[in-house]
Design a protein around this ligand. Structure first.
Ligand code: PBG
Length: 335
């Protein structure tokens, strides 16, 4: 040995680097895989427009016309995507969000068209809430004090569930965080002759600042600078999420969701270990927008970060991911 004596370094026998030496080796030993089958594409359909309208804060995502929605979904199906979730933007909003349950409401029209196009080859989901449809932007009926009236709102959700099922939804996804919503929706579906329509409950939905671009997408601003902290969860809590999940499963949820995803990977992990129903996670609009914005500035490699995010959500324990990256991911997977 030449040079100063710096102490003997034992030659390691355990060398984890052996399994990282080539892309093929890394693929062989990878523990988690994101598949196109795992993804749900959120899509927006707007009443009364002739051309799709781009959403500035969600690059690559648009408010669809009925026709552009149909072609987009056909392309997604050709790419192997198995499921979409629809959000509607009505031409007219009112106090109770009546277009959410009107038989000719825009989402009901879209469900019927997509069912006719694809039948059971595509799992058709509908977000079940009224905030896109109310003039005040809240997820329910606002009482004299300005609070959202839980029990009065449940009746709206029951009607919307039946309207969506009648139009062809395979799955309804209540996102309003009203207490007892899953039980009321299950009963309404069963009474209306839809025992086979499933419920994906947005069970642990946090009052997050990451929904901003989504609210641009659905033209929602909450009246009087309000927020959803009176019904969506506080981001400081995780045991509360387990309580919400338990209630929803007991009320009949077939699948449960945690939302958003990245800042809540610990919640996803706890929920996945706790329940025996499929767990979905929503990689929300703000998460998508952040990746795009930083990528556009050249500050991060957006594609690489998108892969990393989706993988981490599965690694945490989610079975299903709702993501605006679905189309991009399916295109990458084809290469
Ligand atoms: C409510 C709903 C919201 C999102 C999905 N369903 C918005 C909210 O609770 O304010 C947000 C999704 C996203 O940010 O991508 N209908």
């Amino acid at each position: 040995m030449t040079g100063p004596e710096i102490g003997r370094i034992d030659t390691p026998t355990a060398r984890p680097r052996r399994l990282r030496r080539s892309a093929a080796m890394r693929d062989l030993v990878s523990e988690v895989h994101v598949r196109v089958d795992d993804l749900i594409a959120p899509l927006f359909v707007r009443e009364g427009i002739d051309e799709p309208v781009p959403i500035e804060s969600l690059p690559g995502v648009v408010q669809h016309t009925l026709e552009s929605l149909r072609s987009e979904v056909s392309e997604l199906v050709d790419l192997g995507v198995k499921s979409v979730i629809l959000f509607g933007i009505p031409a007219e909003k009112d106090e109770v969000g009546s277009q959410a349950y009107h038989p000719d409401g825009i989402v009901q029209q879209a469900l019927a068209a997509l069912l006719a196009d694809h039948g059971d080859r595509l799992v058709l989901m509908a977000d079940l809430c009224v905030d896109e449809y109310t003039s005040h932007g809240h997820c329910g009926i606002v009482d004299a004090r300005g609070d959202v009236d839980n029990d009065a709102t449940l009746e709206l959700y029951a009607k919307a569930a039946v309207a969506q099922a009648t139009a062809g939804a395979h799955v309804v996804a209540p996102s309003g965080m009203m207490d007892g919503q899953v039980a009321v929706i299950r009963a309404a579906l069963d009474d209306a002759g839809f025992p086979d329509v499933a419920i994906l409950a947005y069970s642990a939905k946090y009052a997050s600042a990451l929904y901003g671009p989504f609210r641009d997408a659905v033209d929602v601003s909450i009246a009087d600078g309000g927020d959803r902290k009176g019904y969506q969860q506080d981001h400081r809590n995780v045991r509360e999420a387990i309580r919400e999940i338990d209630l929803d499963v007991a009320e009949g949820a077939d699948m449960v969701m945690v939302k958003p995803a990245l800042a809540y990977l610990d919640v996803i992990r706890d929920v996945a270990q706790h329940v025996d129903v499929p767990v979905a996670a929503y990689h929300v609009s703000g998460e998508y927008a952040m990746i795009h914005a930083a990528g556009e500035r050249g500050w991060i490699d957006a594609d690489a970060v998108a892969f990393e995010h989706l993988t981490s959500i599965k690694r945490a324990g989610a079975n299903i991911i709702l993501t605006y990256f679905t189309r991009w991911f399916a295109e990458q997977a084809q290469r």
